[in-house]
Design a protein around this ligand. Structure first.
Ligand code: FES
Length: 240
């Protein structure tokens, strides 16, 4: 049975607005509807100028990440079910392009900086690159990252240091360090050990709490810290 849900939606067009505001819309919610479908209802029936991102509609692409009722979530994965009111803002700590659409370039620049691709130690085999189930298991969790940016937006270190690499990029760095096929461990540890890397993480776990794929970036960052310390001790012992 249809029921009405109030949507309070962040609105801001830097081209024409002097400051942001919240607009309220009444959405006729059907059984099984999610927040993304509520935004479509607004777009199609109430205000065709509302801007938001989406693609897969199935919690796979990460495009619809937003701040919904006090937490970073995927709009397509957040059901309207028992909600009477929904308050939505864009992902935090990224410039707003329009309404719920943010400029993801600062996020992707950090991601690119950790070399997010395999760097094998030797010439790769001509066919597939075999891994044992145990070796594959070591990277299972991190591979599920969809780069939605929820962890980055929820991280209090990102709030205070815009250059901090952040949980998504650091998790990806560990995903390659832990990959049996990768041969660039030293280079990767050097990349993440700088002043804006792993040592900035205060193990607050916000990233883990908001991840729609249930990944624990704090674990990956702690593993990188452990490896960076052992490497430093190893060189210190060798050279003393
Ligand atoms: Fe792809 Fe929501 S639209 S994750």
């Amino acid at each position: 049975m249809d029921r009405q849900v109030a949507f309070r939606v962040f609105r801001f067009d830097p081209q024409s607005d002097s400051e942001p505001r919240f607009d309220t819309f009444t959405v006729e919610a059907r059984e099984g509807m999610n927040v993304l479908e509520g935004l479509f209802y607004i777009l199609e029936n109430l205000d065709g100028s509302l801007a938001f991102r989406f693609s897969c509609r199935g919690a796979v692409c990460g495009s619809c990440a937003m701040f919904i009722n006090g937490a970073y979530r995927l709009a397509c994965k957040t059901m309207l079910r028992d909600l009477k009111e929904v308050t939505i803002s864009p992902l935090g700590h990224l410039p707003v392009i329009k309404d719920l659409v943010v400029d993801m370039r600062p996020f992707y620049r950090k991601y690119e900086s950790i070399l997010p691709y395999l760097l094998p130690a030797s010439e790769p085999p001509l066919k597939e690159y075999p891994q044992s189930p145990k070796q594959r298991h070591a990277i299972n969790e991190m591979i599920d990252c969809i780069l939605c940016g929820c962890c980055h937006a929820a991280c209090p270190i990102v709030w205070t240091n815009k250059d901090y690499l952040g949980p998504a990029a650091l998790t990806k760095a560990y995903r390659f360090v832990a990959d049996s096929r990768d041969g660039a461990e030293n280079e990767r540890l050097a990349l993440v050990s700088g002043p804006d890397g792993i040592w900035r993480c205060h193990t607050i776990f916000n990233c883990h709490e908001v991840c729609p794929k249930y990944i624990n970036p704090t674990y990956s960052i702690q593993q990188l810290k452990r490896m960076a310390i052992s490497r430093r001790l190893h060189f210190w012992r060798k050279n003393k």
